[in-house]
Design a protein around this ligand. Structure first.
Ligand SMILES: [Fe+2]
Ligand SMILES: [Fe+2]
Length: 316
């Protein structure tokens, strides 16, 4: 099965051909294409795969075509929604299709295709570097909510397991400090420095990363004893509060000031390579679906902290 990284790479190779497609394309399966008499070249014949124009004998030829039968046997191809996306057939085939020939019923079928297909499509998303980083900020923000819940519990003397604070800080250390911020420091900040753009902001953001790591170390050190020892609890609450106070504006500035300008300071090739670098690193550190696993860990902690039900925050 193709993972996101591999499908991105193929998508880039295919993109030149796909760019010639003038209008928006939609998700279809191989059946949708082959069913109207089109033939699709296998990936190994080159990623210049094409959709040939129909001919009077096309349907008969398709039925005889061995490849066609293999394609129908797999029936696991995904055509991406934008011009930058690609076709994937069970990790073996890729093709570019003329979108005008794709029927609306086929589109409707694929859009409502259920959880399994949804999962497969998710792997082929073409996530830009800013979107990738901003999703990671979503994880960060949810941990800040966990810290706030912990602070409230300490303030009201609620009995709760401080291990939840330790695990929350562990996510910050592993996913934010050692992965997300490293990505920013190694790939994003140097580009702005080199271009002489927003260098004051970059300096502050970098200093905040360094400060954040120290605060996280303190939270991890104090959490186990924070419930029983009054001094440790005070320091722990102070550390969590200072982390929240720094990171809310930190992430917001990156999202609204820095990331939108990233395209101005890198070439399109660098921009694409950056997305792959992020993905590669994420796979190395956290395995496949690293982001999804991390979000699931956060959700589990939210359940334990009693803040997972989103509706509790809706004003009555
Ligand atoms: Fe940052
Ligand atoms: Fe960030």
């Amino acid at each position: 099965m193709f993972d996101r990284l591999r499908s991105r790479s193929i998508g880039r190779i295919c993109s030149r051909a796909w760019d010639r497609v003038p209008v928006r394309a939609y998700r279809v399966s191989i059946k949708d294409i082959a069913g109207v008499g089109y033939r699709i070249s296998p990936l190994e014949r080159g990623l210049r795969s094409s959709v040939e124009a129909p001919s009077p004998g096309a349907e008969r030829a398709r039925r005889r075509d061995k490849l066609g039968s293999q394609i129908h046997g797999s029936a696991d191809m995904v055509v991406m929604q934008s011009k930058r996306r690609l076709l994937v057939l069970g990790g073996a085939l890729a093709a570019v299709a003329a979108p005008a020939l794709i029927t609306l019923p086929a589109l409707a079928e694929r859009k409502g295709g259920g959880g399994k297909r949804k999962g497969a499509e998710k792997k082929d998303e073409d996530v830009s570097p800013p979107e990738d980083l901003m999703r990671e900020h979503g994880v960060l923000d949810r941990v800040l909510l966990l810290y706030e819940a912990g602070i409230r519990k300490f303030a009201s003397n609620d009995d709760f397991d401080p291990e939840m604070i330790t695990q929350s800080a562990g996510i910050i250390r592993d996913f934010i400090n050692n992965y997300h911020e490293k990505s920013e420091e190694e790939h994003v900040f140097p580009r702005f420095r080199k271009a002489g753009r927003m260098t004051d902001l970059v300096d502050v953001l970098l200093r905040q990363h360094e400060a954040g790591r120290k605060v996280t170390d303190n939270i991890l050190r104090l959490a186990p004893t924070g419930r029983g020892n009054t001094d440790d609890r005070k320091q722990l609450v102070g550390a969590m509060q200072s982390f929240i106070t720094m990171y809310r504006p930190h992430a917001a500035r990156e999202d609204t000031d820095l990331f939108p300008k990233l395209k101005d300071v890198v070439s399109s090739n660098e921009y694409d390579a950056m997305a792959e670098d992020f993905e590669k690193k994420e796979h190395q550190l956290f395995g496949e679906d690293g982001f999804e696993k991390m979000a699931a860990r956060v959700a589990q902690l939210e359940q334990q902290m009693g803040i997972h039900d989103l509706n509790q925050f809706t004003p009555r």
